[in-house]
Design a protein around this ligand. Structure first.
Ligand code: UDP
Length: 331
């Protein structure tokens, strides 16, 4: 198939783009490279990179070079919950306006298949954990609100012009792919696992955000899913798209780990001690977020196959191979 991968130079988007090109699809990546890295897709057969901002005027012109497209996978957007409180307007522009422009382009281009990177952030602080897809969508951050807004736009597109879409609600995507050759490189890095590994390597201290919450050890519980499993979910989702319908699926490991448990696992995997410092909870962080993944198992025949140790081991080999990230100057 001819595929357009928006945000395909980012952490998850590039992993999916590489996998789809390896399976023989022709992939055009569109990315403004504000957070993505050209090195994540450069030189890979079957992938072409176009540089464009989805929310800027002239998207049609920028995407004319993509040629005919049969399906869109949409990863482009800003991803940091904390930053979204400081810059809600920037988050709406990048995530909602950008998605609206991409959908308008897709409609005009005759694209009827769409896979969207949504987030567990749509649930806010769920009443029930593990959280099923049927739980109310009550985001507690501007970031989460943008993901709900885009899911709503997809529903509108399904009704108005017959788009078929799958929204994958990611829990905590983590780990590295391609034997540690590609991994997470956000600037600044806000995520727990890359921060822990950088601290294991350097001896610096990692903050623990919240130590007396309503969880077994007081620290936040999250559901860490290996990037390779997440990639597989996209492959299944692309096949499962049904015309005129939007379906949402949780993509997580289906089990939780507390911040302290992740730290202990990181120490085991690296053989190093990780220094920590207790900090107050981070704004917009629910105490516990774990996915009920039974719907994806049933309808996408998808199941995660890798655990926390594999996540950490792969992320550690990425970190050790390229301690400065793609450009050698990690933020
Ligand atoms: N966290 C932490 N220290 C850090 C970064 C994150 O304690 O330096 C916690 C954070 O509060 C959350 C969990 O680790 O409970 C995972 O955070 P991350 O930013 O990796 O992903 P999120 O769950 O926010 O998408």
């Amino acid at each position: 198939m001819n595929l357009l991968v928006a945000g395909g130079a980012g952490y998850v988007g590039s992993a999916v783009a590489r996998r789809l090109s390896t399976s023989g699809h022709r992939v055009v990546v569109v990315d403004d490279l504000s957070a993505g890295h050209a090195e994540a897709v450069d030189g890979i057969r079957g992938i072409r990179l176009l540089r464009a901002d989805l929310a800027a005027p002239g998207l049609d012109r920028a995407l004319a070079a993509a040629g005919p497209v049969e399906a869109v996978l949409h990863f482009a957007g800003k991803i940091a919950v904390g930053e979204s409180f400081a810059d809600p307007e920037g988050y709406r522009r990048a995530n909602v306006t950008g998605s609206e422009a991409l959908l308008a382009w897709a409609r005009a281009a005759g694209v009827r298949r769409f896979v969207f990177s949504s987030s567990a952030g749509v649930y806010g602080t769920p009443e029930k954990v593990p959280v099923p897809e049927s739980a109310p969508l009550r985001p507690v951050s501007p970031y989460g609100e943008t993901k709900v807004a885009v899911e709503e736009r997809l529903a509108g597109a399904a009704k108005e012009w017959g788009l078929g879409a799958v929204a994958l609600r990611y829990f905590n995507a983590s780990g590295a792919t391609d034997g540690g050759r590609h991994g997470e490189d956000h600037r600044p890095e806000t995520h727990l696992i890359p921060r822990l590994l950088a601290a294991a390597a350097s001896g610096s201290a990692v903050p623990i955000y919240g130590t007396d919450g309503p969880t077994p050890d007081g620290t936040c519980v999250r559901d860490y899913v290996h990037i390779e499993d997440l990639v597989e979910a996209h492959v299944r989702a692309l096949d499962a798209v049904r015309p005129g319908e939007v379906r949402a699926f949780n993509v997580g490991a289906g089990s939780g780990a507390s911040v302290r448990e992740v730290i202990a696992a990181a120490e085991r995997v690296t053989g190093r001690t990780v220094r920590t410092k207790d900090e107050p909870p981070r704004r917009g962080d629910p105490p516990s977020l774990v996915a009920d993944i039974s719907l994806a198992a049933r309808e996408l025949a998808w199941k995660p196959t890798r655990g926390l140790e594999e996540i950490l081991a792969s992320a550690w080999s990425w970190h050790r191979g390229r301690p400065g990230g793609y450009s050698g100057r990690r933020g």
